[in-house]
Design a protein around this ligand. Structure first.
Ligand code: NAD
Length: 295
């Protein structure tokens, strides 16, 4: 069985690593937060003291980090990890980062003779735990085929979007739409409740009507309407609003480059920015509902 180095055991990386352990892979893990290492260790992973140590002897290196700067500094910065990765290992970065950063890191890996793919994910923490994520891959078809047996243990759908960085481009298009429909869902529910409707009844109606979307199906933003979602546990866990703000920033930069009109994406970015400035950036992104309500 292959040895996998898994770096970044946060809300997503933690449960993804657990699924690889369940599938029988040998895991060497590292995260900056000691608390994040404990669950992986209890499930049988070998905890290491640094990313450098985690990649020793690894056949595959998976990273699941917050943003571009973390990925770039880990692979290319001081004490660059690329120099420590064993020859022939495959690199899989699952973080959502800028297309250009993904391309830059993949190019540097290639210069060292290492294959790399960008493989950002969709499906949230529930998808990560259930092993039903969607992987959106950029890179060569041969590298994707090498990665497939591992990705299949963490996800259900695997798409090849194109060359290096294409996975990131597709992912930020998806997340811009996710932000827009989450804000729209929160806005519609807030309107209905302000006019006297029950949020659960209104959610059931939308769910069977033309306003139905992923937020109403599996991620309702109104507290108490749906069990097991961040809204029903004080917006803890899930997908941080500041991470969504980061993705919307990436989408707006990409829109400038592509000269694409993204008026709703720009509005969504402004709303998440205000939400973050109001001190809510650490909460799940469905907490955008709070921005619309009287306090
Ligand atoms: P998170 O903040 O919970 O986890 C990131 C982890 O990386 C943290 O545990 C942090 O300690 C660790 N880390 C940072 N720098 C490190 C370094 N140099 N070495 C080792 N560990 C380091 O974030 P998350 O919610 O797990 O998201 C990770 C990525 O996945 C982000 O790019 C996010 O946009 C994307 N994403 C998140 C979700 C979601 O629902 N949470 C869904 C899809 C995609």
């Amino acid at each position: 069985m292959q040895t996998i180095a898994f770096i970044g055991l946060g809300h997503m990386g933690g449960p993804m690593a657990l699924n690889l352990l369940k599938a029988g892979f040998s895991l060497q893990v590292f995260d900056l937060m000691p608390a994040s290492l404990a669950a992986a260790q209890a499930a049988g992973a070998r905890v290491t003291a640094s990313a450098m140590e985690a990649v020793q002897g690894a056949d595959i290196v998976i990273t699941m980090l917050p943003a571009s700067q973390h990925v770039e500094s880990l692979y290319l910065g001081d004490g660059a990890l690329l120099g420590a990765v064993p020859a022939g290992a495959l690199l899989i970065d699952c973080s959502t980062i800028a297309t250009q950063t993904a391309q830059r890191v993949a190019k540097a890996a290639e210069a060292r003779g290492l294959e790399m793919i960008d493989a950002p994910v969709s499906g949230g923490t529930a998808g990560a735990a259930a092993g039903t994520l969607t992987f959106i891959v950029g890179g060569s078809a041969t590298a994707l085929e090498r990665a497939r047996p591992v990705l299949e243990k963490m996800g259900r759908n695997i798409f090849h979007a194109g060359e290096h960085g294409a996975g990131q481009t597709a992912k930020i298009c998806n997340n811009m739409l996710l932000a827009i429909h989450m804000i729209g869902t929160a806005e519609a529910l807030n309107l209905g409740v302000s006019l006297g409707l029950d949020p659960k009844v209104l959610s059931d109606i939308i769910q069977k009507s033309s306003g139905r979307n992923w937020s109403t199906e599996v991620y309702n933003p109104w507290p108490g309407v749906m069990d097991g979602v961040p809204a029903s546990r004080g917006y803890e866990g899930g997908f941080g609003a500041d991470l969504m703000l980061k993705d919307l920033g990436l989408a707006m930069e990409a829109a400038l480059q592509g000269k694409a009109a993204t008026p709703l994406g720009a509005a969504a970015r402004s709303l998440y920015h205000l939400h973050s400035l109001a001190g809510q950036g650490g909460l799940d992104f469905s907490s955008i509902l709070n921005l619309l309500q009287k306090h």
